[in-house]
Design a protein around this ligand. Structure first.
Ligand code: ZN
Ligand code: ZN
Length: 386
């Protein structure tokens, strides 16, 4: 598949238009409107409004029984764009700093190309997801019945990656992105005069023991060959203007990251066990909450093999299979924990002026459009062979 010069020109124009009109999660009215219109124009069946502003385009060709889902995210970030470019964000305080404008264009380009050539047999669902950046778009699409409406045998996701060349991809089996969960512990003691600790129950000393023991979960409980992170990121207690008062409570909160369901379960159980144990030791109480936000993205071996074949067809020998996983998260996991999935990286070229994802100078690289569209279109042709 080769994009015509006109097609490529149109996709670049569209990418710049989306870049200059960024929209935050669940507010992608303009973007999803453009997506739905361009899919419909190409003769693709369109379902709007799944997960608020989500759009799913379905293309059925021939009678192949297999169905696959390809996901692009559409949302921008609540941050100002500090770079000067002809298509700089026109919306103050919002910018496409993660390249989702590019993801949207790649999948649209492939959808339109496939609707024209129709050289496969089966069903492809083009998933345009809202609110990837921490607002729960994928979960909402799944909760609102995505897999009932659009049954899939496999799902695929793609993210741009600075540092890889624009004709380069990375496709790796196994863990790609970490789970991203939050937790809070509140130690409840009995407040008292700082000079008379024996008349109360001091939660501050208990909190100190908890914090020093916290890293023993990763060091002593989790398998040393399994990556895991537990961090306490917030500690609230007492008042610097009342240095003779032992407070009633100490509130601690943090994050937990893992690359497997087993380790994720362990972190949830162990942080709580440690909090309760320390509380018991000091004769106070502890309230524990673990908030499961995003599961890890783990690439299924067979699905990854299929993605690798398509990436190899799209970029030749420049496909990396040794790329390290990221400690960031992506809610694509809500799709790929339901059916087998693969998440791949597409090169975005060198980091210009050091700007990486979520930097106020970041930009998707138009030179990657051809590779990305070719990858998606080839994947469908290979996956759904007549
Ligand atoms: Zn991001
Ligand atoms: Zn992103």
């Amino acid at each position: 598949m080769d994009l015509s010069e006109q097609d490529l020109h149109d996709l670049i124009e569209l990418r710049h238009d989306l870049h200059s009109h960024p929209e935050l999660g669940f507010e992608e009215e303009r973007t999803s409107g453009i997506v739905a219109r361009l899919l419909e124009e190409a003769g693709i069946e369109v379902h709007r409004g799944l997960g608020g502003t989500g759009v799913v385009g379905t293309l059925r060709v021939g009678n192949g029984p297999r169905a696959i889902g390809l996901r692009a995210d559409m949302d921008a970030l609540a941050m100002p764009e500090r770079a000067e470019r002809p298509y700089t964000s026109r919306i103050p305080g919002k910018m496409h700093a993660c390249g989702h404008d590019g993801h949207t264009v790649l999948l649209l380009g492939a959808a339109r190309e496939l609707a024209r050539t129709r050289n496969f047999s089966g069903t492809v669902h083009f998933i345009f997801q809202p609110a990837e950046e921490g607002r729960g778009g994928a979960k909402r699409m799944v909760d609102e019945g995505f897999f009932d409406l659009f049954p899939c045998d496999a799902v695929y996701g793609l993210h741009n990656m600075p540092g890889l060349a624009t004709d380069e991809m990375a496709v790796v089996a196994g863990p790609q992105l970490a789970s991203s969960d939050s937790w809070t512990v509140t130690f409840r003691g009995i407040g008292t005069h700082g000079a008379k600790p024996h008349l109360g129950k001091d939660p501050v000393t208990a909190a100190g023991h908890f914090l020093t023991a916290l890293q023993t979960i990763v060091g002593r409980v989790v398998d040393p060959l399994q990556p895991a992170v537990v961090s306490a990121c917030s500690v609230q207690a007492g008042n610097p203007d009342a240095l003779n008062v032992i407070p009633d409570t100490v509130e601690i909160g943090g994050t937990a990251r893992a690359y497997s369901a087993l380790v994720r379960d362990q972190l949830e159980a162990e942080i709580g066990r440690l909090a309760q144990g320390v509380a018991t030791m000091f004769g106070i109480a502890a309230d524990y909450r673990f908030l499961r936000r995003i599961p890890p993205v783990i690439n299924d071996p067979d699905t990854t093999r299929r993605a690798l074949a398509a990436a190899t067809a799209a970029c030749g020998a420049k496909v990396r299979t040794d790329f390290p996983p990221s400690t960031a998260g992506d809610d694509f996991a809500f799709f790929s924990q339901t059916v087998p999935g693969a998440y791949v990286w597409l090169g975005n070229g060198p980091a210009v002026d050091g700007a990486l994802h979520h930097n106020s100078g970041y930009d998707f690289n138009d030179a990657a459009i051809e590779t990305g569209v070719r990858f998606w279109a080839t994947l469908v042709q290979q996956e759904l062979t007549p």
